[in-house]
Ligand binder design. Structure first.
Ligand code: SF4
Length: 362
């Protein structure tokens, strides 16, 4: 584990002492979690919606949690942000806002809720906190990290600045607040080319994902310098040869890929885009058969809303995203844990890097 991630999960109470979230909002009683015939009947319409992606044998376990979470959300005045990679029982049954990390943080900023529960990984909860500094932001498991975010520290960025003096540094949103604080501007996979070009510089460092940097480099005249160690352990596993094999097995298959994959995979795909871009592509094009080359829960989530499309699922799971589940979401709401806090000295420049990107996108 890198020093940057350790700092992310360390409360900043030493600098700004205040009661923790449980003391501010109170702890509630754990609800009953029995799957009674009454509950089964009440939850039938919801199951109808997700029955193609949630096996019947799992529903009696999920349903009491879903009911309890939705009740508690109302009592707490809380909202749940769910990333596109959450499992369908979270994504479709308890989430208030769904999307990529930036969409989620922006939605949270517009909401009146005092409490935000991030169903996603830690850098996403930090981004939500950066944009909602006065709200209580909780993550059900603060160990839910990200191989990309953990591949780079603030010191690594300072070293890069020394190695490339005067070259602006763009950070992908998948980084800790400490890393964002050292960078000039943030980007997402959907706006990375636009952000790089906005700096009007002949060379730009794009950290930490080396494949995103290579893919952006292929789309612009700006020289995009990668940070070699950075990669997503989920997306780097896909290969162009694997895509060819799927095409052979499934004639007519359309393949859409995330830009955290290698340039070879993107070249072999019919379309490349962010998670939101991929979802829009399916909705706009309605292919008979599609394969989403990304974390595998996303196919389940998109399939629910596109029942006429056949999804071929090459299943690469993100172990960090899968640390978030209905049980720890419920624990978050009952016990008000785990609270995300950011040292104000780091939060100010990190927020500026995120807001600079948002201003660019309007
Ligand atoms: S899928 Fe990759 S980039 Fe996304 S959270 Fe998991 S490890 Fe990080």
């Amino acid at each position: 584990m890198t020093d940057s991630f350790q700092t992310q999960v360390t409360p900043d109470n030493a600098q700004t002492p205040r009661p923790d979230a449980a003391a501010r909002h109170g702890v509630m009683a754990m609800p009953q979690l029995d799957y009674t015939p009454e509950l089964a009947k009440e939850m039938e319409p919801l199951y109808e919606r997700v029955k193609t992606v949630v096996p019947p044998v799992e529903w009696p376990f999920f349903a009491p949690y879903i009911k309890a979470i939705n009740n508690l959300k109302k009592q707490r005045g809380a909202v749940i942000l769910a990333h596109n990679y959450m499992t369908p029982e979270i994504f479709h049954c308890v989430a208030d806002f769904k999307g990529d990390s930036l969409q989620l943080a922006r939605e949270a900023a517009r909401s009146d809720a005092d409490i935000i529960v991030q169903a996603g990984v830690h850098f996403m909860a930090e981004t939500a906190k950066l944009l909602n500094p006065d709200k209580t932001v909780l993550i059900p498991d603060s160990k839910a990290g990200c191989s990309l975010a953990e591949s780079i520290t603030a010191q690594d960025v300072r070293d890069l600045r020394r190695k490339y003096p005067g070259v602006p540094v763009v950070t992908y949103v998948n980084t800790s607040a400490e890393v964002k604080a050292e960078c000039d501007i943030c980007c997402t996979s959907s706006n990375a080319v636009q952000v790089v070009e906005s700096l009007n510089a002949p060379r730009v460092l794009l950290v930490p994902d080396r494949f995103l940097a290579a893919n952006v480099n292929n789309q612009t005249d700006v020289e995009v310098i990668p940070y070699e160690p950075g990669r997503c352990e989920v997306h780097e596993r896909f290969t162009a040869g694997e895509l060819d094999d799927y095409r052979e097995m499934h004639p007519g298959l359309k393949i859409i890929a995330h830009p955290e994959c290698t340039p070879e995979v993107l070249k072999a795909a019919d379309f490349a885009g962010s998670t939101s871009g991929m979802i829009n592509w399916v909705q706009d094009n309605h292919p008979a058969k599609v394969m989403m080359v990304t974390e595998c829960s996303m196919s389940d989530n998109v399939a629910v809303e596109n029942p006429d499309v056949e999804f071929i699922r090459p299943c690469n799971l993100c172990p960090y995203m899968k640390m978030i589940n209905l049980k720890n979401i419920l624990d978050s709401l009952v016990y008000m844990k785990e609270e995300v806090t950011i040292d104000p000295v780091i939060a100010a420049p990190a927020r500026e890097a995120v807001e600079r990107m948002i201003r660019l996108n309007g």
